[in-house]
Design a protein around this ligand. Structure first.
Ligand code: ADP
Ligand code: 5GP
Length: 222
């Protein structure tokens, strides 16, 4: 590693995108590729722990009261209510990873992404991960077998709203289509390695336009 790379400031690598787009899978790949350089930002949440999750690894699972106390003490860099539960990134988490010299991987919603961008504009790199198409997203959600008709609708609605959020965003976004995992990973590494890599012209991106057209035409997402 060059002296320059060692001196580079820690970056906030923020992944937003529809549930099922592949954010978790991609974040794990990026971390595994450079474990000495990258770490996950572990959020706080008030939602109950799911089977297979571990406190302190997937999230810091806390009571609503504990969350609100930390929030009132300005302990969160950003927080949001998502589907009735509170989620937030603590200032302490960012400082801890920063002092360890790590780039931080975030899987958060678009409100959180915008908050981080406002706070840490120069260190924040925003990625909107898109599934190859709207029908593929629907198929992935239905294929999980864990979704009810209502949760599929909620996720599709959120996908539409987040895409509209990116189109209206004042921040620069890198839109990456997660088609084949190896290709997606290669594209992300290339963008991350090139500080001059231009963000996406979201309004003229063919996959964004196709995805939006299908999202607007799907009554389940309205
Ligand atoms: P998210 O975190 O965005 O909800 P996940 O990473 O959990 O998405 O991925 C959702 C599902 O899609 C998982 O079963 C994962 O293995 C699969 N997946 C992720 N990326 C791809 C891809 N490029 N091609 C096919 N399946 C994928
Ligand atoms: P889940 O409960 O499925 O793990 O996450 C639900 C949603 O909350 C996802 O969209 C995820 O990106 C978002 N989320 C998770 N952690 C945070 C956080 O710290 N801040 C914000 N703003 N959103 C989060």
């Amino acid at each position: 590693m060059s002296a320059n790379a060692e001196l580079r400031a820690s970056r906030l690598l923020v992944f937003v995108g529809p549930a099922g787009a592949g954010k978790t899978t991609i974040a794990h790949r990026l971390r595994a590729a450079r474990p000495e350089r990258r770490a996950f930002s572990v959020s706080h949440t008030t939602r109950p722990m799911r089977a297979g999750e571990r406190d302190g690894e997937d999230y810091h699972f806390v009571s609503r009261e504990a969350f609100e106390t930390l929030r009132d003490q300005h302990g969160f860099a950003e927080w949001a209510e998502v589907h009735g539960n509170l989620y937030g990134t603590s200032v302490a988490e960012i400082e801890r990873l920063r002092s360890a010299g790590k780039d931080m991987l975030f899987d958060i919603d678009i409100q959180g992404a915008h908050s981080l961008y406002r706070l840490y504009e120069h260190e924040t790199w925003l990625c909107f991960l898109l599934p190859p198409s709207w029908p593929v997203l629907v198929a992935r959600l239905l294929g999980r077998g864990t979704e009810t008709e209502e949760t599929v609708k909620r996720r599709l609605r959120t996908a539409r709203l987040e895409l509209l959020g990116v189109l209206e965003s004042p921040a620069p976004w890198h839109v990456v289509v997660n088609d084949a995992l190896d290709r997606t990973h290669t594209e992300l590494e290339a963008r991350l390695d090139d500080p001059k890599a231009a963000p996406t012209d979201v309004h003229n991106h063919p996959a964004v336009r196709a995805f939006l057209e299908d999202a607007l035409a799907d009554p389940r997402a309205s």
